[in-house]
Design a binder for this molecule. Structure first.
Ligand code: PGA
Ligand code: ZN
Length: 397
C-alpha cells in the first residue's frame, strides 16, 4: 500500500515549473513528472500552476490515498477523479492527478515485479490478465519523429507546427538509425542553405529554418533523404496544429493536396481548427485510404470528444496524451474506444517535457500504432527514444 506521498516543483524543458510526485511503499520508491502543452486544445483538463498543484497533492490528495493498496489502478484513479469532482479537473488540477496516477502505476508495477509497459499492457488487455506476457503479440510502435518545427514551437519559422518522418523499419533501433542519419544530413543542408545560425533548434529539438512556404520543410527533408541514401526509407507526416495557423480551410486543402501529390504523406494531424469538424469530414472522405488523419486538439484524449468526432466520421487516427485527460485509467479508456472505432492510436510527447519516459512504456504497453516524439536531440526527447530502445532490447534477448 501507499505509505508516503511527496510532491515538489521541478523545471520542464522550457525553463518553467511543473510537478514531480514521489510515492513510497516499504523499500520501493518511484517518481513521476508531468509534461505541459504549448499548443493546447481548448478542451484539455486544467493544468494548475505547479505550486498550487503541489499544495493540492500534499494537503488534499495525500491524506486520501495513503493506505490505498497497490495494483488497483481503476479504483485508485476513480478515487482521484471523485476527489476532484469537476469535469475538467479544475479543482485539484489535471497535472496533480496525473502525476499521482502515473507514480501509482510505477509503484504497482514494481510491487508486481513487472516492467511498467507490462503492467500497462495488463490494464489495457484485461481479458488476458493471467496470460503469459510472452504469448501476447508485441510489436514496436512506429516512430513519428520531428525533423522541422514551426508554429507556436518556433515562432518565425514555418506556419505549420511539425514536419515528421515515419521510418519504414521493423524495429525501434532500425528506425532510430534512419532518423539520426537524416537529422544530421538535414543539419548540414540547412546550414549550407540558410547559414549556420539557421540550425537553431525549436522547443522539441527539431530544426526551425525561417520560411513562409508551408511545404518547404518537406522539400528540405526530401533533399536530405536523397543526399543520405534514405529516399525510400520513410514516409512523412504533418501536424498542422491548425488552431494556431492563419490560413483558411480552402488554402489548407490546397496545401494538403499538394503535400499528398509531391511527398509520401502518411500522417496528418489537426488539419483544421478544432471547431471545424465538417472540414475534417470532407478531407477524410477524400483521403481515407492511405492517410492517417488524426485528432489531437480535436479529441484531447477525451471519450466524449471522441464520440463527437466519430459520429461525423471525421478522423481515422488519434493522439493520446495522458495529461490532456488527467489519469492513466481515462487514458486507457480513450485507447480502448479508439480501437473500437478502428482508429490508429498514436501516443505523443508534449511541447514542454520532463525526462520522464512514461509514454515510451505506454506506447509499448498498449501496442500503439505509433509514438510521436521530438527530434533525437535535447535530453527530455532523447529519454523517450532511449526507453523505447531499452524495452526493445529486453524483448529481443
Ligand atoms: P503541445 O503540442 O504539446 O505543445 O501542445 C504538441 C502537439 O500539438 O502535438
Ligand atoms: Zn498536435
Amino acid at each position: 500500500m501507499i505509505e508516503n506521498v511527496t510532491a515538489r516543483s521541478i523545471l520542464n524543458s522550457r525553463g518553467e515549473w511543473t510537478i514531480e510526485v514521489t510515492l513510497r511503499s516499504g523499500e520501493w520508491k518511484v517518481t513521476a513528472s508531468v509534461p505541459q502543452g504549448e499548443s493546447r486544445g481548448s478542451r484539455e483538463v486544467v493544468s494548475l500552476p505547479a505550486d498550487q498543484a503541489v499544495k493540492n497533492i500534499l494537503e488534499i490528495i495525500a491524506p486520501t490515498i495513503i493506505g490505498h493498496k497497490l495494483g488497483d489502478q481503476n479504483n485508485f484513479d476513480d478515487k482521484l477523479k471523485k476527489l476532484d469532482g469537476t469535469p475538467n479537473k479544475e479543482k485539484l488540477g489535471g497535472n496533480a492527478l496525473l502525476g499521482v496516477s502515473m507514480a501509482y502505476s510505477r509503484l504497482s508495477a514494481l510491487s508486481a515485479n513487472l516492467s511498467l509497459w507490462q503492467y500497462l499492457r495488463e490494464l489495457a488487455i484485461p481479458s488476458v490478465k493471467n496470460a503469459q506476457h510472452s504469448v501476447l503479440p508485441v510489436t514496436p510502435p512506429r516512430l513519428l519523429s520531428l525533423m522541422i518545427e514551426g508554429g507556436l514551437h518556433a515562432p518565425g519559422a514555418s506556419p505549420f507546427q511539425e514536419y515528421l518522418v515515419l521510418p519504414r523499419a521493423t524495429t525501434i533501433i532500425e528506425s532510430i538509425n534512419i532518423i539520426t542519419k537524416l537529422y544530421s544530413t538535414l543539419r548540414q543542408l540547412i546550414s549550407d542553405r540558410f547559414g549556420s545560425s539557421a540550425t537553431r533548434l525549436g522547443d522539441e529539438g527539431a530544426f526551425a529554418p525561417a520560411t513562409n512556404d508551408p511545404l518547404a520543410p518537406f522539400a528540405l527533408i526530401t533533399e536530405a533523404s536523397q543526399a543520405s541514401g534514405l529516399a525510400d526509407k520513410f514516409e512523412v507526416g504533418l501536424d498542422a496544429a491548425a488552431d494556431n495557423v492563419s490560413l483558411n480551410p480552402e488554402e489548407l486543402n490546397i496545401l494538403y493536396d499538394q503535400a499528398r501529390m509531391n511527398y509520401p504523406l502518411r500522417y496528418l494531424e489537426d488539419p483544421f481548427k478544432e471547431n471545424e469538424l465538417d472540414n475534417f469530414v470532407s478531407l477524410l472522405t477524400k483521403f481515407d485510404k492511405g492517410l492517417m488523419i488524426a485528432g489531437d486538439d480535436l479529441t484531447v484524449t477525451n471519450v466524449e470528444r471522441m464520440k463527437l468526432a466519430q459520429a461525423k466520421k471525421s478522423i481515422n487516427a488519434m493522439i493520446i496524451k495522458p495529461n490532456q485527460i488527467g489519469t492513466v485509467t481515462e487514458t486507457l479508456e480513450a485507447v480502448k474506444l479508439a480501437r473500437e472505432y478502428g482508429w490508429k492510436v498514436i501516443v505523443s510527447h508534449r511541447g514542454q517535457e520532463t525526462n520522464d519516459d512514461f509514454i515510451a512504456d505506454l506506447a509499448w504497453g498498449i501496442g500503439a500504432d505509433g509514438i510521436k516524439l521530438g527530434a533525437p536531440a535535447r535530453g527530455e526527447r532523447v529519454a523517450k527514444y532511449n526507453r523505447l530502445l531499452e524495452i526493445e532490447a529486453t524483448l529481443l534477448t
